[in-house]
Design a protein around this ligand. Structure first.
Ligand SMILES: *[C@@H]1O[C@H](CO)[C@@H](O)[C@H](O)[C@H]1NC(C)=O
Ligand SMILES: *[C@@H]1O[C@H](CO)[C@@H](O)[C@H](O)[C@H]1NC(C)=O
Ligand SMILES: *[C@@H]1O[C@H](CO)[C@@H](O)[C@H](O)[C@H]1NC(C)=O
Ligand SMILES: *[C@@H]1O[C@H](CO)[C@@H](O)[C@H](O)[C@H]1NC(C)=O
Length: 302
């Protein structure tokens, strides 16, 4: 159940043409896991929010937990057959305005292969185009709350020719408050509860904006990107790797300060070359990118 985000950074050393690759591990935000830590995870509401600098409402006293609950999650990893559907029962409190049925299946390339039903109602599943036999993740968002009481989610294999490849991998139901209680809008940064394997609820920064939440999402959220920068810069020297001419348009800059015997030499500010006499010289590089707002350990400075 672990998911790893692997960021490959190939830094070409000009002198040797060696390519070094850094692998950075970023922690998960999806439900049903256990490894919740790092810049995108928060689990104690009495402490400062790690992504306070990205919250849509920058007033930390307004930080609130978006209202959601997870009445069912199942990691079945079971082969489907045509004799008996795979099904699961769960209870709803009936206290939420909207719900989502999220599931993943594999070995089912055609819409006619499978029927997914909630309380006997066909959810209209169709496979992602060209998915073939691969596993894929599906979300069925439904307006209106689930009624209080028991519900049944079922997966019926319709095409016997798909045995034994057809697999029901995972299923989950999430319930949400209305838009005033749970902001589902992309780009909204808040405290979103994540439901771990034992239904602990750490919080994540966005609803579904991050690859660490949803493998079908192409990008990381801002809190993760900032964390990746800071993790990368633990081991990359700015002076070796940044080229001012190519980064000028990207909301990035660097400030170069030269000092002789501790005194700034103003005429060399931002120069990468300078002719110097005798004395003790120091050069400081401060990198700035709009993707990093907080840099407690001065990793953007060399
Ligand atoms: C949450 O943080 C507060 C303040 O730092 C601390 O007193 C408390 O013990 C923490 N709670 C847990 C469950 O770690
Ligand atoms: C068919 O699938 C159901 C649901 O997963 C399971 O309970 C049953 O054992 C399976 N039957 C066979 C013959 O594999
Ligand atoms: C990266 O930096 C950390 C912290 O300074 C250090 O412990 C680690 O050995 C470094 N790794 C590499 C590959 O240089
Ligand atoms: C040096 O570069 C920084 C970043 O681009 C800029 O803000 C600053 O004004 C520059 N200073 C001078 C003296 O050109």
């Amino acid at each position: 159940m672990r998911k790893f985000a692997v960021i490959n950074v190939a830094a070409i050393d000009q002198s040797t043409n060696d390519v070094s690759i850094l692998f950075i591990f970023s922690p998960q935000e999806y439900d049903g896991g256990y490894a919740y830590f790092g810049p995108n995870s928060y689990n104690n509401l009495s402490k400062a929010v790690p992504w306070a600098q990205w919250l849509t409402d920058p007033d930390p006293t307004h930080a609130r937990v978006e209202r959601a609950v997870m009445p069912m999650q199942a990691y079945a990893w079971t082969l489907l057959n045509t004799s008996t559907p795979w099904s699961v029962k769960f209870d709803s409190s009936g206290a939420y305005a909207r719900h989502l049925v999220r599931f993943s299946v594999s070995g089912l390339p055609e819409a006619a292969d499978l029927r997914v039903e909630l309380d006997g109602e066909d959810l209209g599943w169709t496979p992602r185009a060209d998915i073939g036999l691969d596993r894929y993740h599906y979300d069925v968002h439904r307006d209106g709350g689930l009624s209080a009481g028991e519900h049944t989610l079922s997966f019926t294999l319709l095409n016997g020719a798909r045995e034994p490849a057809a697999q029901m991998c995972s299923a989950e139901v999430l319930e949400f408050g209305d838009e005033s209680e749970f902001v589902a809008t992309p780009g909204h940064y808040s405290l979103y509860p994540t439901f771990s394997l034992d239904n602990q609820t750490p919080y994540r920064p966005t609803n579904e904006d991050c690859l660490m939440r949803q493998v079908t999402t192409p990008n990381f959220c801002k809190a993760c990107i900032e964390g990746l920068w800071l993790a990368l810069l633990r081991n990359v020297s700015l002076i070796d790797d940044i080229d001012a001419s190519s980064v000028a348009d990207l909301g990035e800059s660097y400030t170069v300060t030269w000092r002789k015997d501790g005194q700034a030499i103003d005429k060399f500010t931002n120069s990468t070359e300078g002719e110097v006499g005798s004395g003790q010289y120091a050069i400081e590089v401060q990198y700035a990118t709009n993707e990093v707002r907080v840099d407690r350990d001065d990793r953007l400075k060399a």
